[in-house]
Design a protein around this ligand. Structure first.
Ligand SMILES: [Cu+2]
Length: 216
């Protein structure tokens, strides 16, 4: 549910940007407040690169929520879902075993929060309240399935390293629904203008002047 809001906010902000101009705040509805470009999300780092079910644009922004639930044994049974969440200090995260995929646990890999649900089990739940002392990014894994990509992450607080999503514009027309045809021309023009601006910039900066490149 929150994930949907997150995606919708991203699409809405981009749509407004396309229609009105580039001056719109990136995310009025609780996304990254800084930077005028795409959506900003926590930079969880390369540990999650091969995490099952993880993608940067699938990070769930649950900041401000009192409680968040993460499924243990989601998807094919070897995933946490959501694999990565962004919460506020004071949020309690409950990992709930689905019963799928065998025995799992939750063990911190790196970061301030000392997650440890104990020995792998086939059912159960594990609660952890993230406080100010856990501010930052904690990554974790399931011991039996770490090498199979059963990994996750929790970002706590607004003061975490972030990265800006690339390609947010690419999927945004889908969000338009019924109005897509009326906006399509405007969006296309904006895209073409952006592309040619970027092209011009790089041409000017790195382009074909023989004097700026090495003599080899
Ligand atoms: Cu597991």
């Amino acid at each position: 549910m929150k994930r949907r809001d997150f995606v919708r906010a991203a699409g809405g902000a981009t749509a407004a940007g396309a229609a009105v101009g580039a001056g719109q705040p990136a995310a009025a509805a609780g996304g990254g407040e800084e930077g005028g470009g795409g959506e900003t999300v926590p930079a969880f780092g390369s540990f999650l690169d091969d995490a099952n079910g993880y993608s940067e644009d699938g990070i769930v922004d649950a900041r401000g929520e009192d409680a968040v639930t993460v499924e243990v044994g989601a998807g094919s049974g070897l995933a946490f879902a959501p694999a990565a969440v962004w919460v506020s200090p004071g949020t309690t995260v409950t990992w709930e075993w689905t019963g799928e995929g065998g025995a799992h646990n939750v063990v911190a890999e790196a970061g301030p929060a000392g997650l440890d649900s104990g020995d792998p089990a086939e059912s159960g739940s594990y609660e952890y309240e993230f406080t100010e002392e856990d501010a930052g990014i904690t990554t974790y894994y399931c011991s039996p399935h770490k090498t199979s990509g059963m990994k996750g992450g929790v970002a706590v607080g607004d003061d975490v390293a972030t990265t800006t999503l690339a390609g947010a514009e690419v999927k945004e027309p889908i969000e338009f629904g019924v109005d897509i045809h009326e906006h399509w021309v405007g969006v296309s023009v904006m895209l073409l203008m952006s592309v040619s601006l970027v092209f011009t910039f790089f041409t000017l900066k790195y382009g074909e002047s023989p004097h700026t490149s090495g003599a080899d």
